[in-house]
Design a protein around this ligand. Structure first.
Ligand code: DAH
Length: 329
């Protein structure tokens, strides 16, 4: 093949390099040709050399030109291959989300902090005095059986509600007092609407006897429920808790059927959302408070969260169910 055609035929830089060696290398085509010169007549040598030099120079130029062309093509191919369209939709990994329980808890806490309540916490492992006795639940009180308690050694137990934080706060602080206490609580229960661990928020306000009334309690809870759920009717229903007198349970008009009656509200048109009342005098006696009045309330965070976010099965919250959790991303 003609030298120049050969150079042209190279499709890659390594092919071209092989051709260069074949033509211009120490034992290559031109070296061999020059070696033949000594066999020629002296007179013929200059013409032969001139022609050969010209051919060699042409081959060198062709190789250099081809090399540049191949390098350019290589860069172009690479740019083409590595090209990306930054406007394409991406599928980057999903980020985490706040768990619905934490989300509801944060929202509730924020509301009450905004109303000047102080944030309090207490131990998860409690004793019978703080969890029961001081809350007017003496040893053989039937209400103590309402709560299926996890007992430990030495009369220790896992707190069954956040109400003991009321007791701990009153025993270490003088009135007036406005507090909320969010946290985990434990009961031996497991079904569609109960898990052995769940969360409550306790609220307590204590002040001089003429400064705290049931009307205040009614107002703050109605206002809170409207802020949390939206504009649904709220009603206070007489009830019983050992630590409050009078006591009430609070219902909101069913947010699913708007009061018409459905499966979730068991056809009543109402959803029970929290318990509350005026602090029982026996509770004040247990902590040594005198001449005061107060109200208290307790609400279940999972209960409020499942309603607000319309989650059918409470247990799904604690099964790491991604289908559920990703909706909160
Ligand atoms: N401790 C109650 C429970 O676990 C909830 C509760 C009801 C708390 C009424 C209160 C209250 O402070 O006044 O079911």
């Amino acid at each position: 093949m003609n030298d120049l055609l050969k150079v042209e035929s190279a499709t890659t830089l390594s092919e071209l390099e092989a051709i260069r060696i074949e033509l211009l290398g120490k034992k290559g085509h031109f070296a061999t040709q020059f070696a033949r010169m000594k066999d020629l007549d002296k007179a013929d040598r200059p013409a032969f050399a001139a022609e050969l030099n010209e051919a060699k120079a042409a081959a060198e130029r062709a190789i250099a030109a081809k090399k540049e062309a191949l390098q350019k093509a290589q860069i172009a191919a690479r740019i083409e291959a590595e090209q990306m369209d930054v406007s394409l939709l991406s599928t980057v990994g999903t980020s985490g989300a706040i768990h619905p329980v934490n989300r509801a808890m944060e929202e509730i806490v924020e509301y009450f902090l905004g109303m000047n309540y102080e944030l309090k916490t207490g131990p998860l492992i409690e004793d019978e005095f703080h969890n029961f006795e001081a809350l007017n639940l003496p040893a053989h009180h039937p209400a103590r059986e309402m709560q299926d308690t996890f007992y430990m050694n030495d009369h220790k137990l896992l707190r069954t509600h956040t109400s003991p934080v009321q007791i701990r706060t009153m025993m270490t602080q003088k009135p007036p007092l406005r507090m909320i206490a969010p946290g985990a609580v434990f009961r031996r229960d497991y079904d569609l609407t109960h898990t052995p661990m769940f969360h409550q928020i306790e609220g307590l306000v204590v002040d001089a006897a003429d400064r705290v009334s049931f009307a205040n309690l009614k107002h703050i809870l109605s206002d809170f429920l409207k802020a949390f759920f939206g504009d649904f009717p709220v009603r206070f229903r007489p009830s019983f808790f050992p630590f409050t007198e009078p006591s009430a349970e609070v219902d909101i008009g069913c947010i699913f059927c708007e009061g018409k009656g459905c499966r979730v509200c068991k056809q009543t048109g109402w959803l029970e959302v929290l318990g509350c009342g005026m602090v029982d005098p026996n509770v004040f006696k247990a902590v040594g408070y005198e001449n005061v009045s107060g109200y208290a309330f307790g609400l279940g965070i999972e209960r409020l969260a499942t309603l607000k976010y319309r989650i059918g099965d409470l247990r799904a919250m604690y099964e790491g169910d991604l289908d559920l959790l990703e909706q909160f991303a």
